[in-house]
Design a protein around this ligand. Structure first.
Ligand SMILES: [Zn+2]
Length: 221
């Protein structure tokens, strides 16, 4: 009997140590599992040569640093400020960080008037651009020369190229490409909301560019 009683009395320190060890092993295992099988979709993506990276400083107003756990679509916007460059719009997002304007705004990419592209939010993080779809989409802001909001030919071609690249990279189709208008009803991108035919043409052009990318990739194999 004495022997059995002795066995029942377990040292609480030993139990605590065991629990701590189990926790450490579980946490380590989770990290390894996440690294191997559940990386963020935008991790380790090599950007096209035409993209210049100029990330915003992390801040609550334009770059919250929230992880983008999935990428299920691409949302197209227009900047709404005619004649401004991609850099000017990037700097505007950066300027929101002190909160003085009380505006939450940003985008992953800005396509400029000369077809230049600035990435200002990494593809692993949320941008503040598309309301309820911030959590699972990549956003593209597009510069335009005048009030109509129509993209210039060189800008248009770049938007098509970039959107097709995103679809290819994240296994999306043109059914996953939307206007800000399609998310929230906002008149954005203005010209392509007011001209449904122009929007349908843009989707068609993205589809063609996407097919070309897939053919290129197949030929490389
Ligand atoms: Zn918009």
């Amino acid at each position: 009997m004495a022997y059995r009683e002795k066995r029942r009395r377990v040292n609480p320190r030993f139990v605590a140590l065991c629990l701590a060890a189990v926790l450490v092993i579980a946490a380590g295992g989770f990290c390894v599992w996440r690294m191997l099988f559940h990386g963020l979709p935008g991790e380790n993506v090599k950007l096209p040569d035409y993209v210049t990276e100029d990330q915003l400083t992390k801040n609550p107003w334009s770059r919250p640093g929230t992880e983008l756990e999935s990428i299920k679509g691409v949302v197209i916007h227009y900047v709404g400020n005619p004649g401004t460059s991609a850099e000017a719009n990037r700097n505007y997002f950066e300027s929101l960080q002190d909160g003085a304007e009380g505006i939450y705004a940003s985008a992953h990419f800005i396509v400029g008037l000369e077809g230049e592209v600035i990435q200002c939010i990494p593809l692993t993080e949320w941008a503040y651009a598309s309301n309820s779809r911030n959590e699972d989409t990549v956003s593209i802001e597009v510069c335009h020369p005048d009030e109509t909001g129509q993209f210039s030919p060189v800008t248009y071609d770049r938007v098509v190229e970039l959107t097709a690249w995103l679809c290819d990279t994240f296994d999306l189709t043109t059914a996953d490409v939307m206007r800000h208008y399609d998310v929230s009803g906002k008149d954005c991108p203005k010209y392509y909301v007011e001209h449904e035919d122009a929007w349908q043409q843009l989707l068609k052009d993205v589809d063609e560019a996407l097919t070309a990318l897939k053919v290129q990739a197949a030929q490389k194999k």
